[in-house]
Ligand binder design. Structure first.
Ligand code: ADP
Length: 460
């Protein structure tokens, strides 16, 4: 009763899910569990999708190309109006961090399940984000929270003050693009010119900034959850260092081997920052961690692919919590009540060749999913499902939980052995070998570990 006092008084009772694939299904489950109806949208390529079959309403919003469907703001808003949806959940990717979309949804009188447009815009501008974080006492990478000037001498002075190597980054950059590492002064001017040109073309703004390039950091992130009544909590931390081309492949919670008092201080700083900027909904603070210190790099203002590892350890259903915040409810959990228990690991199962990484489209002709204690599979695929070449290659997220990290690794090995997907190529063979790696088992990874491991294997 406490959870749902009077459903007729709710801010909305129907949610349009502006996404596809596993996350559309994940959001739909959370909506139904809260007694909310769902409107699913699909492109012509996704007409047979599972999330569409279990939705209360399914609307086709355009052709396969994402720019004409899942990225088409007008089509999504029209679908919301026609279906009577009262809220829009953007999921991850697509329009989830698009400030203009958040604004358009709210201007249409609907609730955007995420932060307001100004928070998205601030965090989308890396210089503005860094400024806000420095002001809130969140530790940042050494380097000014200011746009690089044009004068080469002034740029050289900034680099000398920071100390080489430095990294030049586009303020509007994303997806690991718009960055260049500079080893010494000789290479500086050309690097700035090239990055500025790239930034202008790719992100529509030539604004750059500079910071210290950390050589062997780990990627650690903090999950936050904030309501609209001034309450904010952090739900523990994750390690997402296992990346290839800046794409996360294996994620885990908690990040192994970090002292509690150190991480508690960073978590508290993140919560303080959220309160200071009046942040609402879920978000992730991403840090590089090196030499026992944390350095903020960016904030993601949306649900993340890897949120399940935090759900498995904290026991909090992050998507339900996100929807409750959007409904205007007050957080019922307090920081003192959050107890992260055990260890969780997620492997991203992608439809791609395990050696060349070429995407693999086609029909899944056979599928056997693992099950048992501490095993969760978040996926939208089934036997007979056609993997479309139009979208990202994520087929399933395999998530395990164990009392200890060693138990979680053992459980993941078993689950990967049980999982079988036929008809398309997947990265399963690679993940199986990776989970046997002793360096990973010892928690000795950094953000370069996986690429180095792949290179050594291909040379052998
Ligand atoms: P994006 O928004 O494009 O993902 P980020 O700022 O999150 O950009 O950086 C992406 C990745 O680039 C990081 O995960 C890290 O691997 C690398 N990177 C960014 N800044 C630094 C830095 N100062 N030192 C070392 N590596 C960095």
């Amino acid at each position: 009763m406490q959870d749902r006092p009077d459903q007729s008084q709710r801010r909305f009772d129907t949610v349009l899910i502006a996404n596809r694939g596993e996350i559309a299904l994940r959001i739909q489950r959370a909506c139904h569990a809260l007694g909310l109806k769902t409107v699913a949208v699909c492109s012509e390529a996704d007409r047979d999708a599972l999330y569409g079959q279990s939705a209360d309403v399914l609307l086709c919003i355009g052709p396969a190309a994402a720019t004409k469907s899942y990225l088409n703001k007008d089509a999504l808003l029209l679908a919301a109006r026609l279906s009577g949806a009262g809220a829009v959940h953007p999921g991850y990717g697509f329009l989830s961090e698009n400030a203009a979309f958040s604004a358009a949804v709210e201007e249409a009188g609907l609730v955007f399940v995420g932060p307001d447009a100004s928070a998205i815009a601030t965090m989308g501008d890396k210089i503005a984000a860094k400024s806000a974080m420095m002001a809130a006492g969140v530790p940042c990478v050494p380097g000014p929270d200011q746009e690089l000037p044009n004068d080469p001498a002034a740029i050289r002075k900034i680099a000398t003050e920071i100390g080489y190597p430095v990294i030049i980054k586009a303020a509007g950059g994303g997806g690991g693009r718009g960055m260049r590492v500079v080893a010494n002064e000789t290479a500086l001017e050309e690097a700035v010119t090239l990055t500025r040109e790239e930034a202008r073309k790719a992100f529509g703004s030539p604004a750059l900034y500079m910071e210290k390039f950390l050589q062997h950091p780990r990627h650690i992130e903090i999950q936050v959850l904030c309501d609209t009544h001034g309450n904010a909590v952090w739900l523990g931390h994750r390690d997402c260092s296992m990346q290839r081309r800046h794409q996360k492949v294996v994620e885990e919670a908690p990040a192994p081997g970090i002292a509690d008092d150190l991480i508690d201080a960073v978590g508290s700083a993140c919560v303080a920052a959220c309160k200071q900027i009046g942040y609402r909904g879920v978000g992730t603070f991403e840090f590089l961690y090196e030499g026992g210190a944390f350095y903020f790099i960016e904030m993601n203002t949306r649900l993340q692919v890897e949120h399940p590892v935090t759900e498995m350890t904290s026991g909090v259903d992050i998507v339900q919590a996100q929807l409750k915040v959007a409904l205007g409810e007050t957080l019922t959990i307090t920081q003192e009540n959050i107890r992260c228990v055990g260890h969780s690991i997620e492997c991203r199962i992608n439809a791609e060749d395990p050696t060349t990484f070429m995407p693999s489209a086609g029909v899944i002709t056979g599928l056997r999913l693992p099950s048992g204690v501490g095993i969760r599979v978040d996926s939208h695929v089934f036997e007979g499902y056609r993997i479309s070449p139009y979208y990202d290659s994520l087929v399933a997220k395999l998530i395990v939980h164990g009392e200890t990290r060693a138990e979680a690794i053992a459980r993941m090995r078993g689950a990967l052995a049980e999982l079988s997907i036929e008809g398309i190529a997947t990265n399963l063979p690679l993940l199986r070998t990776l989970l046997e790696d002793q360096g990973f088992a010892r928690g000795e990874t950094d953000i370069h570990y996986l690429e180095k491991w792949l290179k050594e294997r291909s040379a052998a």
